[in-house]
Write a protein of this length. Structure first.
Length: 390
């Protein structure tokens, strides 16, 4: 099938491009390189060096014989995305082309507004362009588990729930209470996609994914094929950050009491699950909701896993509980439902405890490179407004 990946230069986008080509799909990438620029803006870089897009595509051809086309451009420009869809006529569009960092969105008013504009406008443009070019296209949209926040109820894998208010019953959208401007952009996208489905019967898979970690997939067999791996306080996610901290000998930065629970999955499991959802599309006119993660773990459990893995690599990692720069519950109930992916045959391959040592081993050769960004590790982007005013 022909798949267009918006955000093909990103952590997931590049890894998924390789996986889909390995599975015989025709892949067209789209990206405006915003992540590269925004990571440089906060004075950081990927822990592992990555090639530019032209060289990546050449390496994928030389090493695996994959052929990939690429359009450079910004999905917030309607004419661009409309033209790309019209020219390529994909069966499926995967939408990853969003600002994906919660801390980045919390820096100040400009960063909050950029995140809102970039993410919400990009998705609206995709909806309209798809309706104009091919209304039955399958849109695979990256949402986030963080849309729900950490509610004191079981999170259903469903866009709607039934409620009774004053004795009257109705269906409402599943309640959400996200914890950053970034996470709220995803809630707004979800609502906009639900309206498109209601009025135009669009075909959508909306994926509520938890934080992803790791450096490898089956196709990343050569350093020329690496996907990015961020670790700084703005762009790094917790597991990759802990692994880098272990490599640098910095105590693992557990925020607050460390009882925050999220649903984690490895990069390999993420691209595996995404491929399944692409190859088993939503029914025509269906808005399919998918909760995507493998293990529920607390920050304290992750810190212990990384500490143990570091020991295998000869590193004696320490764990520090530092003041939480975010406003979030660090002791809470968390129980999201997961039935769609298992129903499609998704079987996770490895747990974090199996993979953490490999992640650290993959980062060790780049210790000198990462060392240059040591001062970008400790959190200074705070959710409290005054301290970030820049
Ligand atoms: N945390 C630490 N120490 C650190 C970094 C993070 O304790 O050094 C904690 C955070 O306070 C939070 C948890 O780890 O409780 C997860 O934070 P994260 O930075 O790994 O992930 P998050 O900001 O939630 O965002 C990431 C991706 C985002 C995706 C989201 C899925 O950047 O694109 O939507 O994971 S989820 O978390 O389920 O919303």
């Amino acid at each position: 099938m022909k798949v267009m990946i918006l955000g093909a230069d990103g952590y997931l986008g590049w890894a998924l491009s390789l996986r889909l080509m390995a599975r015989g799909h025709d892949v067209v990438g789209v990206d405006n390189f915003a992540t590269r620029k925004s990571v440089a803006e906060v004075g950081s870089d990927s822990a592992i060096p990555i090639l530019g897009m032209e060289d990546r595509i050449k390496a994928a051809k030389d090493i695996h014989g994959f052929k990939m086309r690429f359009h450079e451009g910004d999905v917030t420009r309607y004419e661009f995305i409309h033209k790309a869809l019209k020219e390529e006529k994909p069966d499926t569009v995967v939408h990853f082309a969003e600002q994906r960092s919660a801390p980045y969105s919390m820096i100040n008013a400009q960063h909050a507004a950029y995140t809102m504009q970039n993410n919400i406008v990009g998705t609206i443009n995709l909806i309209y362009a798809m309706m104009d070019v091919n209304p039955s296209m399958h849109v695979v949209k990256m949402a986030t588990m963080g849309e729900y926040g950490t509610p004191n109820f079981d999170i259903p894998e469903s866009a709607f729930v039934e409620v009774e208010i004053n004795g009257k019953k109705d269906r409402i959208t599943t309640p959400k209470f996200a914890g950053s401007w970034y996470h709220w952009t995803k809630v707004h996208d979800t609502n906009n996609l639900l309206l498109a489905n209601k009025i135009w019967k669009t075909t959508v898979t909306n994926i509520f994914q938890g934080p992803v970690y790791g450096t490898r997939t089956k196709e990343i067999t050569d350093e020329k094929l690496h996907t990015r791996c961020d670790f700084d306080e703005v762009w790094g996610t917790v597991v990759n950050r802990f692994a880098v901290e272990a490599v640098l000998g910095i105590p693992l930065t557990a925020y607050g009491a460390g009882g925050q629970i999220r649903g984690y999955l490895s990069l390999e499991d993420s691209v595996d699950a995404l491929s399944l959802l692409i190859e088993n599309p939503a029914q025509k006119g269906e808005h399919r909701t998918v909760n995507q993660f493998v293990e529920l773990l607390s920050i304290n459990e992750i810190a212990e896993i990384v500490k143990k893995a570091a020991k295998k690599e000869g590193i004696d990692a320490k764990i520090d509980h530092i003041e939480n720069p975010r406003v979030e519950a660090d002791k809470h109930y968390y129980n999201p439902e997961v039935k769609v992916l298992p129903g499609l045959g998704f079987r996770p391959k490895l747990k974090m405890s199996d993979l953490a040592a490999q992640l650290i081993a993959d980062l060790l050769p780049y210790k000198a490179r990462i060392e240059k960004f040591r001062d970008r590790i400790m959190p200074h982007t705070r959710w409290t407004r005054t301290e970030n005013a820049r």
